[in-house]
Design a protein around this ligand. Structure first.
Ligand code: PGA
Length: 256
């Protein structure tokens, strides 16, 4: 019931794929494929594809996101990109704390928190990623870990700002592996995320929060995952690089 009141969001995470030329071709395929979507459609693309993506999606129902943002406003941070730089281009969303950034680029819960606050201050909508490794799942600490990741990520975020936050539950063992969490596993953790947000901000805020599942979501399993009461959308890696596959997932979210 509450689900109807929340925004379902299907976001593609292209990762380090697609040159600007390739992005152009994919976006041309995507526009007609998702034009009747009953959910919000977002493509999070490499920095070098942002200008192309914003230009090509103008006047369509596709929203554009980046895959990372730095937490300082400006300054001597060679190679980094600020929130203001992104909003100035017309970028609306940004993925924060993806497990690949935590694993390969020393991202921590503290930097995730700093980036989340910087993104919100700059007018971006952060898609904050949380999730456990296989070892942590086997140790039985998934819920504790995800609760802690959510609490730290949201530290200092106001209730008003929370309206622009999306949380993506992405079990690390399911990312790019073809191993999807069962719909019950996804539901259990997405519900736990909503619960901790409820403890922090109250029930109304928790009921309004969009919680996505990500990790090998594809055209075949999307409907079952997205049918769960606490799964409001998906963060899609591999399957977001094929317009027809991505469109099937968007349709599944529309049915919800
Ligand atoms: P995947 O990636 O769909 O390829 O598993 C999801 C993600 O990393 O966001």
């Amino acid at each position: 019931m509450d689900k109807q009141n929340r925004k379902a969001i299907i976001a593609g995470n292209w990762k380090m794929n697609k040159t600007a030329t390739e992005a152009k071709a994919l976006i041309h395929e995507l526009i007609p494929a998702v034009k009747d979507a009953g959910c919000e459609v977002v493509i999070c693309v490499p920095f070098t594809d942002l200008v192309t993506a914003v230009e090509l999606t103008k006047g369509t129902n596709i929203h554009v996101g980046a895959e990372n943002v730095h937490f300082e406003k400006s300054g001597a941070f060679t190679g980094e990109i600020s929130a203001d730089m992104l909003t100035d281009l017309g970028v609306e969303y940004v993925v924060i704390g993806h497990s690949e950034r935590r694993q390969y680029f020393a991202e921590t819960d503290e930097t995730v928190n700093k980036r989340t606050k910087a993104a919100l201050a700059g007018g971006l909508k952060p898609i904050v990623c949380v999730g456990e490794s296989l070892t942590q799942r086997e140790q039985g600490v998934t819920e504790e870990l995800v609760r802690m990741q959510v609490k730290i990520a949201l530290n200092g975020v106001t209730e008003d700002e929370l309206k622009n936050v999306v949380i993506a539950y992405e079990p690390i063992w399911a990312i790019g592996t073809g191993k999807t969490a069962t719909s019950d596993q996804a539901e259990e953790v997405c519900a736990a995320i909503r619960k901790v947000v409820g403890e922090l901000y109250g029930e109304t805020a928790a009921k309004g929060l969009t919680v996505q599942y990500g990790g090998s979501m594809n055209a075949k399993n999307a409907e079952e995952l997205l049918g769960k009461p606490n799964v409001d959308g998906g963060l899609i890696g591999g399957a977001s690089l094929k317009a027809d596959q991505f469109a099937i997932i968007v349709d599944a979210a529309t049915k919800g």
